[in-house]
Design a protein around this ligand. Sequence first.
Ligand code: MG
Ligand code: MG
Length: 257
Amino acid sequence: MVRPKTEEEIALMRENGLLVSRTLAEVGKIVAPGVSTLELNRVAETFIRDNGAIPSFLGYDGFPYALCISVNDVVVHGFPSGYILQEGDIVSVDCGTLYKGYNGDSAYTFPVGEVDAETQKLLDVTKESLYRGIAAAVAGNRTGDIGHAVQTYAESFGFSVVRELIGHGIGRNMHEGPDVPNYGRKGQGARLTDGMTICIEPMINAGLRNVYLAKDGWAVRTSDGRKSAHFELTVVVRKNQPELLSTFDFIEKNVEF
Ligand code: MG
Ligand code: MG
């Protein structure tokens, strides 16, 4: 049984959601051809610490960086590196913060310079699939309603949903119950109740849904080598309409793509 958060806890998580959202925007400001992914990591870690928080991914199960940075066919959990971003790449940036005892977790996939039309479609559809999932995060629904909304939307464009990684509850721990898959059937899965805090995070592939674990033991890559996008927001389940704890507004209102 997943315990809903108190309003006091949600207030702390709201602060945290703001911080993680602003961190992603700071990263977005410098995404461009010629920039290394380690530089993105450096900017984020500095910003998080300057704001009195801790980058929660650093050391999580031994993960060695503040951000997961996943370029092109890397779905999630990529290491920041000396790789220099190229025009036409996409770069998924996943960020976690620990602040006043609670966790924030959000991700955004940025285009690097100009991307081709199909890649832009993948970004647009993945983000919209997240919003479709969020709309289903109301009390009385089940996690399968969220997954169904994400899956049917993404697949209607011929894209595919990664099954091996899923969304999750969040709070004092970054990963709590319930599981929130990006696929599923209406009316199945855990029941959602008012005050539950969850991360919805579709990982959508341009081609086949199959993925494999890279030799570094972390990066998850598409088996067909085609691109994958990842967008994640943290929300509170409410009775009529979910409440967003994190937002892409800082990215999309401050950065010109
Ligand atoms: Mg995340
Ligand atoms: Mg997450």
